[in-house]
Design a protein around this ligand. Structure first.
Ligand SMILES: CC(=O)N[C@H]1[C@@H](OP(=O)(O)OP(=O)(O)OC[C@H]2O[C@@H](n3ccc(=O)[nH]c3=O)[C@H](O)[C@@H]2O)O[C@H](CO)[C@@H](O)[C@@H]1O
Length: 365
């Protein structure tokens, strides 16, 4: 009888850490239908809703990141950490995992720390060109580190690094065939160009402000708009959905349809978004968040822009540059095609399979 593998996946806080974990779990489940999976995330964060929605059990730790200023949340941090280490120890004792996989975000810290201490094989996946604190700390403890960008030996032990790319959900791999279904799903007009606006998993305040201000201008460019504004901002921006050919969404649960319907995309440059956009292969304008550690979204976007595969507008330049750059793109089919062709070349389509192969090696399969 073959062994029933027991696998813990831990990560979360934002979609950028959750979806890679779900994609890895789905691939392993397909290969080993009997395997048992458990997710560990942070209480009150999006993973507590998104992971069960994907069909997996999840346990939440009482943990959060450290802020730079002295806040009550920060003063609580040592207590949260001790509690999370204690709960992680219990989870591991009870579930007895054969392997533990971390996909970043603070919840994965205590769990992988405890697992590594107990000599349980472990792997982390770093989505960004600049790693977060949790993965930097864990890199010393784990066996393998799957990355999506070159140059990460600056932060991680070189012999552990494997370049795989970021896992992307299966449904996003073949969006070309979904165009007609997608247009019908969003009730779009096939004759009009569709502009998709993405603010990352949480929504982006500055992008929302921009689109609201530019709505009349965008109407003159004859585009219809799918605008994902983020759950937090929905109440403030949903009124814009009264404008003809503009639809505002708090969150898009059907990203495959959104990408399939789009002709041009404006997006934040979170790691998963960037990886998905390479696979999707549409012309993109990146507006990276300047409020993330080490400005890593700008670095993520630059890795695409330097290959002439996307346009970047810094938040601070939006008032001056947006209309010019958008008009140049929307009016030139040639430019749109060139960006599409170039960004597709950067896609790492086998990421999920390659990571699953590395997990299997840790399981001695
Ligand atoms: C503000 C912040 O801290 N952002 C970080 C966060 O971004 P964020 O969580 O936004 O991460 P990503 O851009 O990497 O991924 C967003 C994911 O959410 C999905 N999605 C998004 C919107 C939506 O309506 N529906 C939907 O399904 C996207 O398809 C994608 O899979 O984690 C990333 C990965 O570590 C980092 O690079 C980002 O800097």
């Amino acid at each position: 009888m073959s062994k029933t593998y027991r696998i813990i996946l831990s990560g979360g806080g934002t979609g950028g850490h959750i979806y890679p974990a779900i994609a890895i779990a789905n691939e392993l489940k397909q290969r080993h239908p009997d395997a048992k999976f458990l997710f560990v995330g942070a209480k009150d964060r999006m993973e507590m809703e998104k992971v069960p929605h994907a069909g997996y059990d999840i346990k939440g730790l009482w943990i959060s990141g450290i802020q730079r200023e002295l806040t009550l949340k920060n003063l609580m941090f040592p207590f949260k950490l001790i509690s999370s280490l204690f709960v992680s120890r219990n989870i591991i004792k009870k579930f007895k995992p054969d392997v533990v996989i971390g996909t970043g975000g603070f919840a994965s810290g205590p769990l992988l720390y405890v697992a590594a201490g107990k000599q349980i094989p472990s792997l982390i996946q770093e989505q960004n060109s600049f790693p977060g604190v949790t993965n930097k700390l864990l890199s010393k403890k784990v066996q393998k580190i799957c990355v999506a960008y070159d140059g990460l030996e600056r932060f991680f032990p070189e012999h552990k690094i494997i370049k795989t790319g970021n896992p992307v959900r299966q449904g996003l791999l073949d969006i070309q065939s979904k165009r007609a279904e997608a247009l019908a799903f969003f009730k779009l007009v096939p004759e009009k160009k569709t502009l998709l606006i993405l603010g990352g998993s949480l929504g982006a305040k500055r992008i929302n402000e921009l689109i609201e201000k530019e709505i009349d201008y965008l109407q003159t460019r004859n585009v219809q708009i799918i605008w994902q504004c983020g759950k937090l901002y929905y109440e403030a921006y949903k009124i814009n959905g009264n404008t003809k050919h503009v639809q505002v969404h708090a969150y898009l649960n059907n990203m495959d349809f959104a990408y399939a319907a789009a002709d041009v995309i404006i997006s934040r440059a979170g790691a998963s978004s960037v990886s998905e956009l390479c696979i999707v292969g549409k012309p993109v304008i990146f507006i990276p968040s300047p409020n993330v550690a080490e400005d890593h979204q700008t670095k993520n976007a630059m890795s695409i822009v330097k290959e002439q595969a996307a346009i970047l507008i810094k938040e601070s330049d939006l008032d001056v540059d947006f209309e010019n750059k958008f008009s140049q793109l929307i009016e030139s089919k040639e430019k749109q095609n060139a960006l599409s062709e170039n960004i597709k070349k950067l896609a790492l389509v086998n990421a999920t399979k390659d990571i699953a192969n590395e997990v299997e090696k840790l399981l001695n399969i």
